[in-house]
Structures are given as C-alpha cells and as structure tokens.
Design a protein around this ligand. Structure first.
Ligand code: PGA
Length: 264
C-alpha cells in the first residue's frame, strides 16, 4: 500500500522567509538522496504561506495541503477571516486537514461546521485528511473505540452520499488517528494499541461501504525520527501526520524514509 508522510506546520514558521527556507532545504535534501523517497510527501503550511509554498513545490513530489477552510465555502462574501475551499485550491492546495483536535478545541469547531467543511472540500475536489482521536480522560476510561465510532459515524451519511454521486473517495480521503494526549507531548501509545485502533477504523469504514475498505489510516501524535520506524513497520499504519518533527528537514525526511521503506 502507498504510505503517506504529512507535515502539519500549524502556526509555524514565524516568517515567509523561514517557510521558504524550510521548503528549499527539504527539496535540496530530497534531491541529494541516492534513492527516491518511496512514500507520498505532503506539507500543510499556514494559509498565509500556502500560495508561496505551493509555487515553490510545483513540479516536485511534494503536495500541499491547507490547514482549514471556511464552513461557508459555497459562496464568496461576508465571512471575515475565512478562506474558502475554492480559495485554498486556487492557492495551490490539493488536500486539506479537517477535524484536527486543535481546531475542535481552540475554535470550538462543531460537528455541524465540520460536516459542512467536509462537504465543501469534497465538492471542490480537494483530498481530505480527516483527523479523529480521543482525549487523555477518554483514553484512561478505555473509551477510545467509542469516541472513534462516534466521530466516524458523524460523517457516514456524507461519505455515502459522495460515493453515490461517484466521488472516488478511496483517492480523496485519508483518516489520521491522533490521540489528543499524544499531540506535542512526547507521549505515544504503543504500536500495538495504534495498530488495533487502526484495524477498528478500517473495519468501521469497510462496514460503511466496500468502497471505503482501502482508505489509508495514518497515525499522528509525537511521531519523530526515533519512533517512526516502529510505527512504519506495522501493516495497519499507512503513514504519519507529523507536527513538531516536520519543521526540521532532517527529522521529517527520517520519518519519510521509515515509511518509504514500507511503501509498495
Ligand atoms: P506533533 O503534532 O507531531 O507535534 O505531536 C501532530 C499533529 O498535531 O498533527
């Protein structure tokens, strides 16, 4: 199966100059490699850097994702501060992150808004990296699978509708399992725990529709150059969504190498 390594830059770097230098460093290091990287690489810059980064990576193997879109993407107009699906696509994004726990937590992103955003993204033919995962308290209460079931059930109808109208979701949807307690903390679940959760996610999606049976499921939360290999060797883990370690060329490419070795 194709593997994916996606850098979620969040609200980094501080300047467009640094963002440009990060991409330049990444492209130079990829070029200098003796063998090509075998996984699909993607970066998700902040919206202010998206267009410049997209221009820089044009014609390379890197893809660009946006970190968010407006729930009001169906029209242009009076939505101060928002960027529509059409605008991020125009800026060069071909993918988008949705449902990240930081947006759910700091922006009170409701399920309703999330479904609207998902619908707008798919209408715009953007690929979607849909993030799900439990909090520390839910993990401690052994509720991980219940939380995941609830988060996936909310998008079931929309996914089914999209399949009915012929949207090839197997090419446009990735699930990122990100335990909230593992994000930016240095704490990670065991590979066996992630593997079992991914198996559950894959079975749940296959239960929605046979056409969703092959959706890739990525792990995110404190993935770094040291632990990537352990996650990459598990057949249920199809890639990584990487925050902090994606901001340094060396660690991001070490993670890409680990998953590349397990790509088919
Ligand atoms: P982290 O972030 O790798 O810094 O834990 C992952 C994410 O939030 O996507």
């Amino acid at each position: 199966m194709q593997t994916w390594v996606i850098g979620n830059w969040k609200q980094n770097p501080a300047t467009s100059h640094e963002a440009g230098a990060l991409v330049q460093g990444l492209l130079a290091a990829i070029d200098a490699k003796s063998a090509p990287i075998a996984c699909q690489l993607m970066v998700a810059p902040s919206s202010i850097h998206l267009a410049a980064v997209s221009t820089q990576i044009k014609g390379t193997l890197l893809l660009a994702a946006a970190q968010d879109i407006s729930a009001h993407s169906d029209s242009i107009g009076a939505y101060t501060g928002d960027c529509s699906a059409q605008q991020v696509a125009d800026a060069g994004a071909t993918w988008i992150l949705l449902g990240h726990s930081e947006r759910r937590q700091y922006h009170q992103e409701s399920h309703e808004a999330l479904i609207q955003k998902l619908s707008c993204a798919l209408k715009q033919n953007l690929g979607v990296i849909f993030c799900i995962g439990e909090t520390q308290a839910q993990y401690d209460d052994d509720q991980t699978l219940d939380v995941i079931d609830e988060q996936l059930s909310l998008i079931k109808d929309l996914l089914e509708q999209q399949l009915e109208i012929g949207n090839p979701l197997s090419e446009r949807l990735l699930i990122a399992y990100e335990p909230v307690w593992a994000i930016g903390t240095g704490k990670v679940p065991t590979v066996a725990e992630v593997s079992a959760t991914h198996q559950h996610i894959k079975q749940t999606l296959a239960g929605f529709s046979a056409e969703l049976a092959n959706i890739s499921v990525l792990y995110g939360g404190s993935v770094n150059a040291d632990n990537a290999q352990d996650f990459a060797t598990d057949s249920m883990i199809d890639g990584a969504l990487v925050g902090g370690a994606s901001l340094k060329v060396e660690s991001f490419l070490a993670i890409a190498d680990a998953f590349g070795q397990n790509s088919e």
